[in-house]
Design a binder for this molecule. Sequence first.
Ligand SMILES: Nc1ncnc2c1ncn2[C@@H]1O[C@H](COP(=O)(O)OP(=O)(O)OP(=O)(O)O)[C@@H](O)[C@H]1O
Length: 622
Amino acid sequence: MDEPGRCARTPATIDSMTTPHQPLSASDLEAATRIAEPDFELLDALIRTDDPDDQAHTLARVALSAFDNYYAVSRRIPALAKAAFYARDWPATVRLSKIRIGLYTACIDQLVPLLKAGLPELANDEKVWVRAEAELLAAIAGRYEADFAFAFWQSLRRKLVSDEWRPVSYDTGPAARPPAAIAAVVRTIAATLPIQPEVIRNVLDAAGFTGPWRDLDGDAALAAAAIEAALEPLSPRAGETAKIEIAESGFFRNRGACLVGRIRLRDRGDMPPRNIPLLVALLNEDDGLVVDAVLCDSDELQFAFSSTLANYHATNPRYHELARLLHELMPKRPLGTQYSCIGFHHLGKVAVMNEILTEHRRSKEKLATAPGFKGTVAIAFTMPCSAYVLKIIRDHPTDDYKFDYFDGLDAVLRKYNLVHEIDRAGSMLDNIIYSNVKLARTMFAPDLLDELLEAGIGTVTLERDALVFRHLIVQIKLTPLPLYLTTAAAADARAAVINLGDCIKNNAAADIFNKDLDGRNYGVSRIRKVYLFDYDAVEQLTEVKVRSTPPMPRAEDEDGVVFRPAQMLEGLRIDDPGLRRAFRDAHPELMQPDYWEGMQHALRAGKVPKVMNYPTSRRLRR
Ligand SMILES: Nc1ncnc2c1ncn2[C@@H]1O[C@H](COP(=O)(O)OP(=O)(O)OP(=O)(O)O)[C@@H](O)[C@H]1O
């Protein structure tokens, strides 16, 4: 049996990376994350050969070599994020998140123009692609990241035919992997209840967090006490054995790092097996590492791991097992989005599409217009069982559109994309944007099918027995705020309205201002948090003209976006006077120009207000 507090597996740190404590210069960072150039010799050979077999073989090699270049850099980033955490190099951590998110597309964009220029006929040469795909599959067979390489291959092909109505599937196809076994990424540490500070020190040590610490003994004692309190509802008994399962991965983001796992208590005769999730949040302050918080509640973990924040960089490369573990710890959030929150956005995209197709196959439900107000710019649809909402942007808004001028479909898509690429400050839903997606016609309810085909939408066409969408946005499904307010208990409705103000403030901190103040652009999640989900009216806050009311000129006489904070409450269109009052009492500053101008000054000065990603009450020292 394992000795209490000792690792049950061969002791080893999370990864063997050394941790330089010096900040990286911007040029070193760029150099470390630069993708190698495509293999020009191979490209040349591909362009010159006339032999179909040779062409297929070389095409597969060209694509795989580009994927390898991408993958090498993407794997380097978590190690760099870890180094930046130790060096307290916060600009580098923010920069790394941005680099990571653009890397996949950048790598594909490097290759596509070269293929288009050198072999313009390639995109339409079905036979070569079929043969090359077989070559590629043979070359990647047995590799852990085979599904990722295959997804890259499909993205490359999708980009090559992007000017045509030619869908390329978003699935892992023949490179699909067997279900992930979580045990492969988990370290088990045996303990006896109550969990002692020594065990916490072993957990941190085994994870490779070796200090220097500000007060390791103090932190370990406080963390052990927090865990003891969290275990209380499970009726623990002194002397009872427990297992701490910790992912063998550091998770790094912005100024923080964390360890994630769970504590298991065995069947005790009078009690069934029990477990609680565990997240140990660390900061690196100027006087050393600190355990800042311990979270033991699934909803709180979900809040900390929100896909509305920049993603974590996980040092363990086994993304399937990590995503599965996170899903077990946070089951209210669908599996697909767990990939995105550890930086595997494209795989997340593939997983989400698979989930939607599976939901449909299992439930036999049809996609129908999403509950709530009908959009004037978007058409949103979902299945009752689905965790997701699908949206397309109309070519032209409906007659009810609120603004005088519509920037056009491309401008709206750019806004959805912008929100996908920024740190969404914990309060904006992420957007997964697909292109040229084909969905079986039978998936759609007749009314929706008619609307999609008859509303003069140029980006949807019927191709035999399927609809092809030029673009398709997928978001997590929320309860639209107006619906929530009509059905929620009074206390929940009040909490949602107060949370709406927090959401508006977080968005402002991310330089995002939704000029359509209407509360119907927001939704409430399963963990009762409010998020913005409609982005056609978002502007950069720093570009907005904040005015008091009066004086003149009138808003309509000024160019650009003019915002009068005094009109905020009216703009939200919350009917219930009690809820309006709750909003005003909780957030009086939102109705004041000073608040907005102050935020604009801070943003222009490059100061980014801190976003809290766990409740203050979970901090070990408040
Ligand atoms: N993520 C989501 N979760 C739940 N429902 C959603 C989601 N996104 C959209 N909806 C539903 O679809 C409707 C239309 O979506 P959306 O607000 O994006 O469209 P829009 O045309 O941009 O709206 P508007 O006319 O306010 O500009 C919403 O009112 C809401 O009822």
